[in-house]
Design a protein around this ligand. Structure first.
Ligand code: ZN
Length: 205
């Protein structure tokens, strides 16, 4: 897994407009783990792409009525099969954390990389996701020197009482073991479905 010019080579690139400049582009010093699924607890379709690209159709599902106008993003999404999508370059600020605080420092979006796991707080994550997440985090740690294995938090850790992801089914021990294990030249994940969600949404009906 390689990072070139702040993009992950093995990720499918889907540009989100929901990003801006970091106050200090050199300060990338926290990883934040999230989960998301659209509709909730369903793991098919391209609705996450559409949400992050501001083209989610509110008529596709009742839940989307409440969220389709949100302006949100993350740097990465790891799908159930371990494939990766990147929405925002790592040196820019994605809008994933909201009101948040890490070790007395507020506005975690300023200095963090947000990684979404496709999932729900009530459902176990897949083996492919654990392997992929560990590979991604190891690669990020090697490329951004202010990151460390000590500076990886869940969304619920930086926004307690407001957010509860990645939830009780995320196995931090398992993740940390995988992260610290020496990578055995893992195969590059296969890129899947790199279509632009705007093109897809026009095809409906
Ligand atoms: Zn979250």
């Amino acid at each position: 897994m390689i990072i070139r010019d702040h993009y992950l080579s093995s990720a499918c690139q889907v540009a989100s407009p929901n990003c801006d400049d970091r106050p200090d582009p050199e300060d990338v010093s926290l990883l934040v783990i999230h989960c998301i699924s659209l509709p909730p607890e369903q793991f098919t379709g391209d609705y996450i792409d559409q949400l992050f690209c501001n083209c989610l159709d509110p008529n596709d599902h009742p839940y989307f009525q409440d969220i389709h106008e949100l302006k949100v993003s993350a740097h990465l999404l790891i799908r159930r099969d371990g494939s990766i999508r990147q929405y925002v370059s790592f040196h820019r600020r994605a809008w994933h954390a909201g009101v948040s605080k890490y070790q007395d420092r507020e506005r975690c979006n300023d200095f963090s990389i947000g990684i979404e796991l496709e999932g729900a707080i009530s459902v176990a994550y897949t083996d492919a996701q654990y392997r992929c997440l560990a590979d991604v985090c190891r690669t990020l740690l090697a490329n951004y020197p202010k990151l460390s294995s000590q500076r990886i938090a869940g969304h619920s850790d930086i926004a307690p009482g407001r957010k509860n992801d990645p939830g009780p089914f995320f196995d931090w021990c398992r993740f940390n073991e995988l992260l610290s294990s020496v990578a055995e030249s893992p195969a590059e994940p296969v890129k899947k479905g790199c279509r632009n969600p705007r093109q897809q949404s026009k095809k409906r009906h």
